[in-house]
Every structure is written in structure tokens, then in C-alpha cells.
Design a protein around this ligand. Structure first.
Ligand SMILES: Cc1cc2nc3c(=O)[nH]c(=O)nc-3n(C[C@H](O)[C@H](O)[C@H](O)COP(=O)(O)OP(=O)(O)OC[C@H]3O[C@@H](n4cnc5c(N)ncnc54)[C@H](O)[C@@H]3O)c2cc1C
Length: 394
């Protein structure tokens, strides 16, 4: 693959950079993605993110990879890479509705009916409806196909009973894409249905879970005799496993780690160790140089796995490689930040006297979660070993 950007791509970068310079208020700029991904963000902070999302939407900068007929820009994969680079560079806050735009939207375009696309996509894009992902259950995470939440037919509806867990944003959500067991007698992968569920339906209760960081970003969700119209099936009854895999593969993406490495270099320059700047220590500079090289390698791996998609193929097992490498790099990088900060590392997020507002400790605590969400590191290694390298099943 040729890693240089074309003149057209550079023009795209210029347009976005100009738009961000004009439209991103300085007090909205955030140093990195991790903090916001996990932060509780009730009230004002959440509203600020919704407002930023809508501003991006008004500029045509939400879901740029979606086809134009559905409100996107039909941006090429290269432009999507540029898009994420520029948002990270500008310190743009996370938009809301990631689960909708990245996962359900493309899934509906592939598997949904015309009626479903018309009903859900415009609101998804404008953050008029927030989505959450109801896959994991207690006892069914890595082995997702063993899920037990039931859906029993009753006329034109299903009656859903069961429990989901770790459901990010369920406390904000209006809609959920839910996996249910619709045929208990079929082999486990063949008895699952993918449903679109109104989170305001009677019988749904959401209970927040407190994370290591102290935030409440994800939840337990309970379903008690919840009525879901059969019109909300996506991709056919008992075909949900195949539909769910489409969403999962779109979920395994790497983040650009370079801004985080650069931020850490800034910290090293500002800290004093043994009477000198930490940056003057050759070992510190070497570690940072290694991280910088690894971050670049992650970026190139992401570009490489996009090659298959440029050729028109849906994402496949190769999306596990950048996901695994970036999330593990993120852990090591934040551990090193703890070493560098020394006693400062213990001061909590947003506490008085915390260096950088305690972001580094927060990032460290949050980093493990990224090695678990969207499939754990062990599962990614299994996928790479078995499906790419042809190793025998463990
Ligand atoms: C921040 C965050 C957000 C999340 N958001 C959502 C969400 O919005 N919706 C949703 O549905 N889920 C969500 N999840 C859940 C996530 O998908 C699961 O946590 C994940 O799939 C792992 O499942 P589990 O927690 O049940 O762990 P388990 O599957 O019980 O795994 C426990 C340990 O065993 C290892 N293990 C399991 N099987 C194997 C194997 N075959 N080979 C080797 N090792 C194995 C795992 O790697 C792990 O270390 C989120 C998780 C996190 C951390």
C-alpha cells in the first residue's frame, strides 16, 4: 500500500482543519479520547458533547463514511484516517452515539429493511436518538453465542426476558441493538435474533455500574416481559449471529496514539527529577522514542488492514491486530506515565494539586477497559492465531 496522501485527500484535510479552527471553541478542546470515553458525563458535560455532536452534524462532519444518500459524505477510507487524525490533533471532544454511528448504522445499511433505514438513520446521525449495545450478559462475554436472554413469539411481537451487562451509555440511550435467544433448541449460533429495542419500553430497567475510575459509564440492563415488535428484527429471525458479527468487526478499530505520546513528552519536559528535567534523562527519552515508534506502527497497521476494505471487502479478522496492539500499547504507555509522575501519580482525577488534573492516573485506570471492550486481548490473539495464522484451536 502507498502511504502517501493524494492532493484530493490533502484538500479534504485542509477543509476539515479550517472548519475545526472556526467551530471548535477553545474550552471544548480535550487532551485525549480515553478520559472522555469513560467519564460519567452526567448533566452539563454530556450536554456539551451532544451540542458538539450537533455542531459537527450541521457542518456535515458526522458519519463521514456513510453513503451520501444516508447523510454521510461517502468519505474514502483514507479520508476517514485523516478525519481521525485531525480530530485528535485539534483535541476535539468525542461525539455522542458512537455505538449507533459506528455499529448499528452500517449494520442497518447491510441487513436492515428500507423502512428501518428511513426510521432510524437520520435520528442516529443527528443524535436525536442515542443507541446502546446489548450483547454481553453475566456469563456470556467472550463466549457471546451462549447468551440466554430469551425472546418468545407472541403474535406480532416478541416478549423479551433476561439481563445484559456492561452496557455502555444505556443510561443515556433511547434505543438498544439487542441479541436475544429466539430458538432455544437450535445450535447456539443459530438460535439468536438481532432486535432493535426502544429503551423506554415498559419492563426495562437500567442500573449503573461503578468502574475502577469511579465513573458510571456502563450499566446492567434488565428486561422483564418487554414487548418488541417483530418489525424490529434485523436480518431475519434466528440469523442474529451473522448480523452481530457485522457490528463486531466494525467495532475493532485502533486509535491514534501519537497525541498521547506527545502529551507524555510534554510532561517529561515539565517534570524535575534529581534536580534536572526528566527529559534530560536519556532513558526517559528512549522510552518515549520507543512509544512513538510503536504508535506509528499501530497507525500503519491500521492503514494496512484498511487495504482489504479499500478493495471492497468487509472488515475481517485482520482488524484484531491494530485493536490488540493499540490497547496494549495504551496500558504500557500509561504505566510509564505513572513511573514518570512518581508521587504525583497518586493524586486523583480532578483533585486539587493534581498534575494535568489527574488525567494520567485516570487514563491508567481506564486503560485496562480498552483491552477488554470489543473482545479481550486473549480473544484477539485467538482470532489472529486461528483465523489468520492457521494455528490449531486452543
Ligand atoms: C469499557 C467497556 C465497555 C463495554 N461496553 C459494552 C457494551 O456497550 N455492550 C456490551 O454488550 N458489552 C460491553 N462490554 C463488555 C465486553 O464486551 C466484555 O467484557 C468482553 O467481551 C469480555 O467478556 P467478559 O467480561 O464476560 O469476560 P470473560 O469472557 O468471562 O473473560 C474472562 C477472562 O477469560 C479470558 N478468556 C475467555 N475466553 C477465553 C478463551 N477462549 N481463550 C483465552 N482466554 C479467554 C478473557 O480474555 C478474560 O481475561 C464492555 C466492556 C468494557 C470493559
Amino acid at each position: 500500500m502507498d502511504f502517501r496522501f493524494s492532493a484530493e485527500d490533502e484538500a479534504f484535510r485542509h477543509e476539515l482543519r479550517g472548519w475545526l479552527a472556526k467551530n471548535l471553541p477553545p474550552d471544548h478542546r480535550k487532551p485525549d479520547f480515553t478520559v472522555e470515553f469513560f467519564a460519567d458525563e452526567e448533566g452539563e458535560e454530556w450536554e456539551r458533547r451532544v451540542a458538539w455532536h450537533r455542531r459537527m452534524h450541521s457542518g456535515g462532519w458526522v458519519a463521514i463514511h456513510w453513503p451520501k444518500e444516508h447523510g454521510g459524505r461517502a468519505a474514502s477510507l483514507t479520508q476517514q484516517v485523516i478525519y481521525h487524525e485531525e480530530l485528535a490533533r485539534a483535541g476535539a471532544p468525542q461525539m455522542v452515539n458512537a455505538q449507533g454511528i459506528a455499529l448499528v448504522g452500517p449494520t442497518l445499511m447491510h441487513w436492515g429493511t428500507e423502512e428501518q433505514r428511513r426510521r432510524y438513520l437520520p435520528k442516529m446521525l443527528a443524535a436525536g436518538e442515542i443507541w446502546c449495545q446489548g450483547y454481553s450478559e453475566p456469563g456470556s462475554g467472550s463466549d457471546l453465542a451462549s447468551l440466554k436472554t430469551t425472546a418468545v413469539e407472541d403474535g406480532d411481537d416478541f416478549i423479551v426476558n433476561g439481563q445484559k451487562v456492561w452496557t455502555s451509555d444505556a443510561h443515556h440511550a433511547d434505543m438498544c441493538f439487542l441479541l436475544v435467544r429466539s430458538d432455544p433448541d437450535a445450535p447456539k449460533h443459530k438460535g439468536i435474533t438481532y432486535l432493535l429495542v426502544d429503551m423506554h419500553s415498559p419492563g426495562i430497567s437500567v442500573r449503573p455500574l461503578v468502574q475502577l475510575t469511579g465513573d458510571r459509564g456502563f450499566n446492567e440492563v434488565f428486561f422483564e416481559d418487554v414487548r418488541v415488535p417483530k418489525a424490529n428484527i434485523v436480518g431475519g429471525k434466528n440469523n442474529g449471529w451473522l448480523v452481530a458479527l457485522t457490528s463486531l468487526m466494525y467495532e475493532r478499530r485502533a486509535r491514534d496514539m501519537k497525541p498521547l505520546v506527545e502529551d507524555l513528552a510534554r510532561v517529561a519536559k515539565s517534570l524535575t527529577r534529581n534536580g534536572k528535567s526528566a527529559w534530560d534523562d536519556a532513558r526517559v527519552r528512549q522510552r518515549l522514542a520507543e512509544f512513538r515508534a510503536e504508535a506509528e506502527a499501530v497507525r500503519l497497521m491500521e492503514l494496512r488492514q484498511l487495504t482489504a476494505r479499500l478493495k471492497g471487502r468487509p472488515p475481517g479478522p485482520e482488524s484484531s491486530i491494530p485493536k490488540l496492539t493499540y490497547s496494549e500499547l495504551n496500558v504500557r504507555l500509561n504505566k510509564f506515565a505513572m513511573e514518570l509522575l512518581g508521587p504525583y501519580a497518586q493524586i486523583e482525577y480532578r483533585a486539587d494539586h493534581a498534575l494535568d488534573g489527574g488525567r494520567w492516573l485516570y487514563r491508567m485506570l481506564a486503560a485496562r477497559g480498552l483491552t477488554i471492550a470489543a473482545g479481550t486481548s486473549e480473544i484477539q490473539k485467538n482470532i489472529i492465531g486461528e483465523r489468520m495464522l492457521g494455528l490449531p484451536k486452543g
